[in-house]
Design a protein around this ligand. Structure first.
Ligand code: NBX
Length: 789
């Protein structure tokens, strides 16, 4: 029934899709291309039906056949072709691009296996990883386009200024339709698959039974698109990742230029008037040197002409400021894999250094500035082995560089890329992230959506989220409050049933649902959350039954994957599970505290958890989370946030007001001094912190977690010594949690805050973000597909 429903929906989409392509072709507008190594599309069926406005029709048709739409849609596999926020952002952006009728589409890779499916070992609490074979039962949403394919070259050498490659594969296009909401426009997500190049197949070797030699190219091709983020600990692993990035860039740039020609364009100096390429972080950086290579070596442009147009065509979005996360590749590896590109990159570098020196001289740099620069230069020269720093290449080649939240974009300018900012301040922008209100409110939470539509007076809020403000006028109205609470309760029930099904844990429905879901990472501080829970548990154990009965009951829910080789993150998962085993089975505690780790967090699970949440945690060390996007989804669904002044939390708090946000922790400028204080041995932790660590060490949770706890204390051999300042923020976190408990006990006050949260979430609609990209970076305008006559 799922296949039948999907085929029927697809048929409706294909017509819109073809019309959109034909219309763009005819109008020949400037078009933007979003290049991303990741997309986290989630299920397509409900979204397509919802965007086409056919939810009622399909529900009815399925009911008449003895099925429910919910059951049918839940069969669909999640396309897990991403890892976290950056991938989900790309998918939200596609939804907004289509909805706003913009001429833009996405390019990615069609990995055979997604990140991994996560399980939990019942006995040890450890994370388990399984291959995510998402294509196993086929994918009704993709259309293979064998006629759209391009050669992708690797290795070899440069002969007379041109590349003589050593190996080749073919990139073949697979397209998925992305329908806009209430519009005929339907754009494409084009994903490349690698196939062996027939010219390389050594038939003679095969017939001589030398299968290994003859199948060499086949193996390379199947490796290229096998998995997302193959381990890059070895040189082979690095070569594979870089090859994947190059394949995305090369195939996409070839395709973009072919389309540009097909539409009758021919003046290369005006390419940027028809094409904008957005690089989602540095992973697609090679798009710039690849464009240069094609323009010079295939199209015959001079260096200057090619450079002039390239630097007006590509733009770069940064998603992290943590130095260790800024991509760099060994220069000799790039040289071996892509010799012609390495020449181009070296020349870009030389010309940049020369022009920067000129700019400096013209400015008659101050003496101390010069000293600093000399020191920097020395550092970079001394780096061994030499590295290609992708973000630097992006800053030099890009027409625009943007961060993803206001505070993040300031950090990018003032610290991360300050040298570049001083040279070209006009390139730097902010584009605060957003999320699509279709998937993340209208479709995932029909219960709350119905209440919203009733009180706002219509459903225009599904695109114009500023309409949600009208809810604020009624925030204290008992009737709205009752409906609001009923919607939340209905979602908590659905969530409770899901938790029971996958973990066998019974969670009480009238407890506060407190959720932290995101990739497991030290900077995101799931560790702080679980230590807070441990402290709470310890306190409760020390209480008399009468005192205990006064506690606000909580269900603490975690979800998220730890990268397979990230040991410390995996220890945190194990601690959470072990705490859960003890707390959930403690008869003294009963329903007052439950700790649940829901395995295999993905888009669909987020759609179950977020509508049910009452409190959510966004508690990264200030200055580390570029933006966060789940914070926006929780806010839209009427959930209150406990959080630090980091990423988009800052702007969310401005919108909801400080009464409706549980703030704690040190601020970004206080972080370095706090680290220095620790390093000097002057930091004295709060007694509650020390007490909590001792409690874990006493063995209450089975294992003593020495390596994990040691990391907080900077013990010999245990890493950087609480680099993310869990100890520093612990007291302030506990105090914020006390304010949460007090607030939750006042049910009317809490519901009012919940309504206010949704009411002032309008800014975080990705339609707003995309409108800004379109106007301020890409220079594209809506190109609306007309109705069929
Ligand atoms: O991008 C995330 C940031 O951490 C979030 O703060 C932000 O909201 C989101 C969207 O802007 N970054 C992210 O997801 N990065 C990665 O997944 C990543 C993947 C591979 C890699 C480095 C980072 N080599």
């Amino acid at each position: 029934m799922y296949q039948a429903t999907a085929q029927s929906v697809r048929e409706g989409l294909v017509e819109r899709w073809n019309d959109t392509y034909a219309h763009f072709h005819k109008e020949n507008p400037k078009q933007a291309y979003y290049l991303s190594m990741e997309y986290l599309q989630g299920r397509a069926l409900t979204n397509a039906i919802g965007n086409m406005g056919l939810t009622g029709e399909y529900s009815e048709a399925l009911r008449s056949l003895g099925y429910t739409l919910e059951d049918v849609m839940s069969v669909e596999r999640n396309a897990g072709l991403g890892n976290g926020g950056l991938g989900r952002l790309a998918s939200c952006f596609l939804d907004s691009i289509a909805t706003l009728d913009l001429p833009a589409w996405g390019y990615g890779l069609r990995y055979k296996y997604g990140l991994f499916k996560q399980g939990v070992d019942k006995a040890t609490g450890e994370q388990l990883e399984y291959a995510d074979d998402w294509l196993e039962v086929g994918n009704p949403w993709e259309v293979a386009r064998p006629q759209v394919s391009y050669p992708i070259s690797f290795y070899g050498k440069v002969v007379n200024g041109k590349w003589a490659p050593g190996k080749q594969v073919r990139a073949v296009a697979y397209d998925s339709p992305i329908p806009g909401y209430k519009t005929r426009n339907c754009i494409s997500l084009r994903m490349w698959d690698a196939q062996p190049s027939a010219v390389e197949f050594d038939l003679a070797a095969f017939n001589a039974s030398d299968y290994e030699t003859s199948m060499g190219p086949t193996n390379l091709a199947s490796m290229l698109c096998a998995v997302l983020y193959p381990g890059d600990g070895t040189r082979e692993g690095k070569a594979l990742r870089l090859s994947q990035q190059y394949m995305l860039c090369s195939a996409s740039v070839q395709d973009i230029l072919a389309r540009w020609k097909e539409r009758g364009n021919s003046d290369w100096s005006k390419l940027h008037e028809k094409v904008a390429i957005q690089m989602n972080d540095t992973h697609p950086t090679l798009a710039a040197p690849e464009l240069m290579r094609i323009l010079m070596d295939d199209e015959g442009l001079s260096w200057d002409d090619a450079w002039a147009v390239t630097k007006k065509t590509v733009a770069y979005t940064n998603h992290t400021v943590m130095p260790e996360a800024l991509e760099k590749w060994p220069l000799d590896l790039v040289e071996e894999l892509l010799p012609r590109h390495m020449e181009i990159i070296k020349r870009i570098d030389e010309e940049f250094i020369a022009s920067a020196a000129k700019a400096k001289a013209a400015k008659a740099a101050k003496k101390d500035d010069k000293k600093k620069d000399d020191k920097k230069k020395k550092e970079s020269e001394e780096e061994k082995p030499a590295m290609v720093r992708m973000a630097n290449l992006c800053c030099i080649s890009g027409m625009a560089i943007n961060g993803v939240a206001a505070i993040h974009s300031e950090i990018v300018k003032d610290f991360t890329f300050n040298d570049f900012y001083k040279l070209f301040p006009e390139k730097f922008q902010n584009k605060t992230n957003g999320v699509t209100p279709r998937r993340w409110l209208a479709f995932c939470n029909p219960q709350l959506s119905a209440v919203i539509t009733k009180w706002v007076g219509n459903d225009k809020w599904v695109t114009d989220t500023d309409e949600l403000r009208k809810l604020a006028e009624h925030a204290t109205n008992p009737e709205l409050q009752a409906e609001w609470k009923a919607a939340k309760l209905a979602r908590k029930k659905i969530c409770k049933d899901y938790i029971k099904k996958v973990t066998d844990i019974d969670v009480p429905i009238d407890s506060m649902f407190d959720i932290q879901v995101k990739r497991i990472h030290e900077y995101k501080r799931q560790f702080l959350n679980i230590l807070g829970i441990i402290y709470r548990y310890k306190q409760m154990k020390a209480m008399t039954p009468e005192e205990r009965a006064k506690c606000v009951p909580r269900v603490c829910i975690f979800g998220g994957k730890a990268y397979a080789t990230y040991t410390q993150a995996k220890r945190i998962v194990r601690l959470i599970n072990n705490v859960g085993s003890v707390v959930n089975n403690d008869p003294e505690i009963g329903d007052l505290l439950k700790v649940v780790f829901v395995p295999d967090y993905n888009v669909s699970l987020a759609e179950t958890l977020i509508p049910a949440s009452e409190l959510s945690q966004h508690i990264s060390t200030a200055g580390t989370e570029a933006s966060g996007t789940s914070n926006m989804k929780f806010q839209m669904n009427g959930c209150l946030i406990i959080g630090t002044l980091d990423g988009a939390n800052v702007e969310i708090r401005e919108c909801v007001g400080d009464d409706n946000f549980f703030l704690f922790g040190i601020t970004d400028p206080e972080v370095e001094p706090a680290r220095a204080e620790r390093a000097a041995g002057k930091f004295v932790p709060d007694a509650r912190f020390t007490e909590t660590l001792e409690y874990v060490r006493s063995g209450v949770f089975g294992d003593k977690f020495e390596e994990l706890l040691g990391s907080l204390e900077g013990n010999e051999g245990f890493g950087r010594g609480d680099y993310f300042l869990v100890g520093k923020d612990f007291a302030s976190y506990l105090e914020a949690q006390e304010r949460v408990d007090v607030a939750y006990a006042d049910s009317m006050g809490w519901t009012e805050s919940s309504i206010i949260s949704t009411a002032f979430s309008g800014k975080f609609n990705s339609d707003r973000t995309i409108d800004q990209y379109a106007k301020e970076i890409w220079g594209i305008k809506p190109c609306t597909v007309p109705e069929r006559k």
